[in-house]
Ligand binder design. Structure first.
Ligand SMILES: *[C@@H]1O[C@H](CO)[C@@H](O)[C@H](O)[C@H]1NC(C)=O
Ligand SMILES: *[C@@H]1O[C@H](CO)[C@@H](O)[C@H](O)[C@H]1NC(C)=O
Ligand SMILES: *[C@@H]1O[C@H](CO)[C@@H](O)[C@H](O)[C@H]1NC(C)=O
Ligand SMILES: *[C@@H]1O[C@H](CO)[C@@H](O)[C@H](O)[C@H]1NC(C)=O
Ligand SMILES: *[C@@H]1O[C@H](CO)[C@@H](O)[C@H](O)[C@H]1NC(C)=O
Ligand SMILES: *[C@@H]1O[C@H](CO)[C@@H](O)[C@H](O)[C@H]1NC(C)=O
Length: 900
């Protein structure tokens, strides 16, 4: 090495000796390197400046400086700085930020230059020594600000003799901290700062075995503000607003805001204003927010003349207060507003109601409010904005109350009710917003339209809302007015219909309520020139009517009343309002809401067994008991175990019985329920034990036997009483005993049987009254019906005979007929003749077409004999009879008399 150096210097010397120019170049380049090194520091940054050796000016190529940083004599950083030929000769500077505070350890920098392959030796400037000779333990860096999210190294420098124990950050867990030893007495702690300081700063603590100490670290965020917008309020300044970002947690370095370069007061409210000249034209409005960790710049571009946000009007007063209108005035705090085209809104409120009226004008400072309710308290407030280039409304002015003056009441809502042949005029009590002052009285006036009489006037106290008119006030015109201290309302008139509507004649239709009200609609009536009136009241209660007036354009209404009750049936009527009396259009009935009918609806439940059927019956259900519309009934038949065996239902609401069929002989519980829209209800039960069928059978047999017996006895009695007649038939003077025997048994029965049937079917007349008549009737019947031939013939023969016999005295018929009706027949002719005529009536009534016509024409006797002609094919018999028994009528009479 020494030899090499000697050789080099020898070479230089020889070069010097050899040639000035060439030699100077070589030696200049060789001496080229840094000089005038200065090392300074700022915070954790070291700053190095140096110059080039004058010899470097000879270098025409890139010169490289190598820099090396040593911390506590250990290399911590190496870097090369390239200097271009044109930079040679100037002062160079270089900086580097150490991860350690400079107090922690000595920092030194050494430098060498390199040109082509020649490297100058290290030139070392004085180092920055760390803190030395400490009396107490110290932590560095102190009171420094850090961004959340950065990695930071703290060091702890111990006085000589102290032994390191530990280092930590309050609030941080061990996992984030790595402690390393840098030198004998220096230790370092590297932390990833993941949270802002909770208090003003975070403590960094160092403990040694005999002492401890710490430092404050301010951990926080740079400013995060955004969304700037600017406006003007007074046309003399700009007011900007922004959204303040999250808290920076840096009490040591609060964010500083600057609007257009001037610092803002009250910056944390997100609002800053500054006097400016407000001119037309778009401008940039810039706000900066800055703390030691960072800076943001916000910008808004706006023409302030289009961004006028007015101040609220002040001094709002109601200057002129009338009954139905009021003037409002207000003032402007900003003189310039008087030159602006302003739009103002007035919010008028009373109770729950709010209305807003809007107006505009240059420098607008008043408003007129119309259509107010007289004698009413209002609350108003005003806000305004520019009419052109509207930006936003001002705040509302403080609200102001005023009370309008009173006025005459509004016209009353009048209706009428016809109840119990009374005419009642009803009106609705005016509400406070209709009376406009305290009502003193009501005046009811009525006059008949037909007569030109003075109207009758009556005054009623303020608590009345109806008046009963005399019943003769049919087709009266009634007017009602209300009066308060300001005067009388305009009259409300109603014409009483000339005829009391016969309500029973009108069809009543059913309406289903919905949710406690009725949704009613009807077909439009051309008569309804002034609309419709719907009224309603409980069907069964004597309540006064309520009503609703509907304009002519509408044909539906939702009827709701706070008086509607569950389970009460209501009658509703729709009337057409006309120039004259109202016209009833429709009647309806329904429940606003139905209610379950209480149990025990069915009174006097009864049951009746008919063989294996049981009929359960009840009294008809009155309307009053129906809290829901009955659509039908259902009968449940439960056996002893409570199982439903049978159920029967009927959709007829009028029904009063239900029959369960084909039941076993057992005991049952019958439950009847009413079917309604709210379910089956009104339950009533009855228990029944069925009797066996054989019992019934025996009963039936006994009854039949008794009936047969009675019937037979009755017949026997009849036959007994009619013995004359019977005998006439049974006791013919025929000598043949065989024939007579037959007559005694069968003909008697046969002749009476049709008689009985005839009587039951065709006449309610007392059976006993006309015995003879029926005998003759028998004749007619028998001849018509196809009786056994022999038997019929005998009958015919027999009857034909007396009829023919009776022929001679027919002329007496009309006269004798009357006495015969007295029931005391004295001659056989009389007995025979009146009866056919009586028969005639009966037969025509009975429409016995075959026998009737025989008696209808001419002389009944001839016709009847003619009618019987076909049967004279048994002529031999007939002839014989007439010859043999000319006096048979006589014998008939004698028996009649004798027998009783
Ligand atoms: C440093 O630079 C100055 C001129 O800037 C010069 O006078 C001085 O001699 C230089 N050398 C040293 C070693 O200070
Ligand atoms: C601490 O050291 C461990 C292991 O040596 C390493 O994984 C971790 O990343 C270090 N933490 C920090 C904050 O440097
Ligand atoms: C406002 O700033 C934007 C960019 O920040 C620029 O382009 C624009 O020209 C500026 N406008 C005015 C009126 O200065
Ligand atoms: C104010 O603005 C309204 C609406 O643009 C306009 O009709 C009215 O003429 C303006 N008034 C004046 C005085 O300019
Ligand atoms: C009067 O007040 C009632 C409620 O109290 C309201 O329904 C009605 O519309 C008001 N009438 C007027 C004219 O304001
Ligand atoms: C009642 O209804 C029937 C059938 O719907 C109708 O013929 C009759 O005219 C109606 N009566 C009235 C008064 O409306």
């Amino acid at each position: 090495m020494v030899a090499w150096l000697l050789l080099v210097s020898l070479a230089i010397c020889t070069q010097d000796a050899n040639g000035q120019e060439n030699g100077s170049f070589s030696s200049g380049v060789l001496h080229c390197g840094p000089q005038n090194l200065t090392l300074t520091s700022s915070d954790q940054m070291i700053l190095l400046t140096w110059e080039d050796d004058p010899s470097c000016s000879a270098v025409h190529d890139v010169l490289i400086y190598e820099l090396e940083v040593l911390i506590a004599d250990k290399q911590a950083h190496y870097e090369e700085v390239t200097v271009t030929p044109d930079q040679i000769g100037s002062t160079h500077s270089w900086n580097w930020t150490s991860h350690l505070a400079l107090e922690c350890a000595s920092h030194s920098v050494r430098l060498s230059s390199r040109y082509k392959n020649h490297t100058s030796p290290w030139k070392q400037e004085q180092s920055l020594p760390g803190i030395e000779n400490l009396k107490d333990l110290e932590v560095f860096p102190r009171d420094k600000l850090f961004k959340v999210g950065s990695n930071v190294t703290f060091c702890c420098v111990l006085p000589v003799g102290q032994l390191f124990s530990k280092m930590y950050l309050t609030g941080y867990e061990g996992g984030y901290m790595n402690t390393t030893q840098i030198s004998n007495q220096t230790y370092a702690l590297t932390v990833h700062l993941n949270r802002a300081s909770k208090e003003s700063c975070t403590d960094v603590k160092c403990q040694a075995h005999k002492a401890d100490n710490g430092a404050c670290a301010y951990i926080g965020y740079p400013p995060g503000d955004e969304a700037l917008w600017c406006e003007t309020r007074d046309l003399e300044s700009v007011e900007c607003h922004w959204t303040v970002g999250r808290m920076t947690h840096l009490s040591k370095s609060p964010t500083v805001y600057r609007l257009l370069g001037s610092q803002c007061a009250n910056e944390f409210t997100g609002k800053c204003s500054q006097k400016v000249q407000v001119d037309v034209g778009e401008k940039n409005w810039t706000l900066t927010a800055e703390n030691q960790l960072g800076k943001v710049e916000l910008q808004d571009s706006a023409d302030l003349t289009k961004r006028v946000h007015m101040f609220a009007p002040t001094g709002v007063t109601a200057s002129t207060v009338n009954a139905r209108n009021v003037s409002l005035n207000w003032k402007w705090t900003v003189q310039q507003y008087n030159n602006l085209n302003i739009t103002c809104q007035v919010n008028i409120s009373h109770g729950e109601t709010n209305t807003i009226s809007e107006n505009f004008g240059v420098g607008l400072n008043f408003a007129v409010l119309n259509d107010l309710i007289p004698n009413w308290t209002y609350n108003v407030k005003v806000r305004c904005g520019t009419t052109q280039h509207f930006w936003k409304w001002s705040d509302w002015s403080p609200s102001v109350n005023f009370h309008t003056r009173g006025d005459v009441p509004d016209a009353l809502d009048v209706w009428m009710q016809m109840k119990d042949n009374q005419i009642i005029i009803i009106w609705k009590m005016p509400l406070a917003n209709q009376s406009h002052g305290n009502i003193i009285d009501y005046e009811v006036t009525w006059a008949r339209t037909t007569e030109r009489e003075q109207p009758t006037v009556i005054s009623l106290g303020p608590n009345n809302h109806s008046h009963i008119l005399s019943q003769d006030c049919i087709s009266c015109i009634v007017t009602v007015t209300a009066r308060n201290t300001y005067g009388s309302s305009s009259p409300s008139a109603i014409t009483i219909p000339s005829l009391t509507p016969d309500r029973t004649r009108e069809n009543t239709s059913w309406i289903n309520g919905s949710k406690g009200s009725f949704d009613l609609s009807w077909s439009a009536s051309p008569a309804a020139s002034c609309g419709y009136i719907v009224d309603w009241r409980p069907t069964l209660e004597r309540c006064s009517v309520e009503w609703l007036k509907v304009p002519p354009s509408e044909t539906n209404a939702r009827i709701f009343s706070k008086n509607f009750r569950e389970g009460v049936r209501y009658s509703l009527s729709v009337h057409a309002c006309t120039q004259g009396a109202p016209v009833l259009l429709e009647r309806l009935e329904g429940y606003a809401s139905e209610k379950r009918i209480e149990d025990g609806l069915f009174k006097s439940l009864k049951w009746k067994q008919r063989f294996s059927d049981v009929e359960v019956s009840w009294d008809p259900i009155s309307l009053r008991e129906q809290t829901a519309l009955i659509r039908g009934y259902v009968l449940y038949c439960l056996d002893d175990n409570g199982n439903i065996v049978i159920n029967v239902s009927k959709d007829n609401p009028e029904a009063t019985s239900l029959t369960a069929r084909n039941l076993q002989i057992s005991s049952y519980t019958f439950t009847v329920k009413a079917q309604t829209a709210v379910g089956e209800c009104g339950t009533a039960s009855i228990t029944a034990t069925l009797n066996s069928l054989t019992d019934n059978l025996i009963e039936a047999v006994i009854i039949s036997l008794v009936v047969v017996f009675c019937l037979l006895s009755f017949i026997t009695m009849l036959c007994y009483r009619h013995w004359t007649c019977i005998k006439q038939k049974v006791y013919p003077p025929i000598p043949k005993p065989v024939l007579t025997d037959k007559w005694l048994t069968s003909p008697g029965e046969h002749s009476c049987r049709p008689f009985r049937v005839d009587q039951c079917h065709h006449s309610e007349v007392d059976i006993m009254d006309v015995p003879e008549l029926h005998c003759n009737t028998v004749n007619g019947y028998v001849s018509q019906e196809n009786m056994p031939f022999v038997f019929a013939q005998t009958l015919k023969d027999y009857y034909n005979q007396p009829l023919k016999k009776c022929t001679p005295p027919p002329l007496t018929l009309p006269t004798t007929a009357i006495p015969s009706q007295s029931g005391l027949p004295t001659s056989p002719f009389r007995i025979v003749f009146p009866n056919p005529s009586y028969n005639l009536i009966m037969q025509t009534g009975d429409q016995q077409s075959n026998s009737g016509p025989k008696f209808q024409e001419g002389t009944p006797l001839e016709r009847s004999s003619g009618g019987y002609q076909p049967q004279s094919n048994t002529e031999t018999f007939t002839i014989n009879r007439t010859e043999q028994d000319p006096e048979s009528p006589m014998s008939c009479i004698s028996t009649y008399i004798l027998l009783p």
